[in-house]
Ligand binder design. Structure first.
Ligand SMILES: C[S@@+](CC[C@H](N)C(=O)[O-])C[C@H]1O[C@@H](n2cnc3c(N)ncnc32)[C@H](O)[C@@H]1O
Length: 309
């Protein structure tokens, strides 16, 4: 299957990264290499592009698609929370385009989709230990309820978790469509008529848990911000409110880290600003959303590292 993924907000990202042809730029979520290519084409032979992904298939595609770029290209396989350490160099710009690629979603056997039958998997890195099958069949009812509620914002989290536990008591739940049927059977009739697919929230929750997605973002931002050059920018594309809140809060904390009570006349905590929030959650244009409905919930946030604010 061909790796197809339509890159989102490419112009806005290029503009906000303010690319220097001889700079060092990292794409922490290289995927099909769309954003990477756009960045790499603006670099000179003195510039460096680092493509990172935890999915080996994505990295293989990037290697093939980007080898003709006229800059220094480095490919790193790993999580973006380890990117700063693995790269061993500081950055002038970093992009994180969070979540899964269209390729991962459309590739039935990866088990991300509630539309196609496949073994329950959802691992971005197939070598990771935890899979969706394990979560669905082994996690306690309380844990399932928690992740459906917290990561899926699912109103019927309790009912769905209870139905899963009942069902797996008879036989293990093996496939995506088996899980979809169980979710549907737990929902009241009215919920089944909603516009959104009835399994969307639970699938999102399980995917986040399998890949530890929210913790990945927290850890990555804290390590990347410490490894940016003066004037270097971190651009993040988020796809749902949970990850967007994490990015927004982290960037606000880097800009104003002072923890002194507001009534203190001078700062005594000594925490210095790391830079400035440049872009506060802009959405793609109406034309882009029309052309690519997967961009509907995207928000772009950008932070600029400044030494000695
Ligand atoms: C939305 S796609 C990126 C698409 C890419 N920007 C493009 O233009 O083709 C997200 C990619 O990030 C990867 N990814 C998600 N979380 C990751 C993490 N914590 N560490 C490394 N890669 C991650 C996924 O495997 C996927 O390939």
């Amino acid at each position: 299957m061909e790796f197809v993924h339509k890159s989102i907000m490419v112009d806005e990202i290029l503009q906000s990264l303010n690319i220097r042809p001889d700079g060092v730029y990292a794409d922490g979520t290289a995927g099909g290499g769309g954003h990477s290519r756009a960045i790499g084409e603006r670099l000179s032979p003195q510039g460096t592009l680092i493509c990172n992904d935890r999915d080996p298939e994505a990295l293989a595609v990037c290697e093939e698609r980007l080898c003709s770029l006229n800059c220094h290209l480095r490919l790193i396989r790993g999580t973006f929370s380890d990117l700063a350490e693995n790269a061993g160099q500081t950055f002038d710009g970093v992009l994180l385009d969070l979540g899964v690629s269209s390729y991962q979603l459309d590739c039935a056997e990866r088990g991300f989709s509630y539309m196609q039958d496949a073994p329950l998997d959802m691992r971005m890195n197939p070598e990771d230990k935890l899979s969706a099958r394990q979560i669905v069949n082994e996690w306690s009812e309380a844990e399932l309820t928690r992740i459906f509620f917290e990561y899926g914002e699912e109103r019927y989290s309790r009912r769905i978790a209870s139905q899963i536990v009942q069902s797996r008591g008879k036989a293990p739940i093996e496939t995506t469509l088996q899980l979809v049927d169980i979710i549907k059977s737990a929902l009241p009739k009215a919920a089944l008529k909603e516009k959104q697919h009835p399994a969307k929230r639970v699938f999102q929750a399980i995917r986040i848990a399998v890949n530890d997605e929210l913790e990945q973002v927290r850890l990555a931002l804290d390590s990347l911000v410490e490894n940016m050059n003066d004037g270097g920018r971190i651009a993040v594309l988020t796809f749902h409110s949970l990850e967007d809140r994490i990015v927004k809060t982290a960037f606000a904390r880097y800009e104003r880290p002072c923890t002194c009570p507001p009534e203190f006349p001078v700062c005594t905590c000594g925490k210095k600003s790391l830079g400035k929030v440049l872009v506060k959650g802009i959405a793609p244009s109406a034309e882009e959303i029309e052309e690519n409905p997967r961009a509907r919930s995207t928000r772009l946030r950008v932070f600029e590292r400044r030494f000695e604010e």
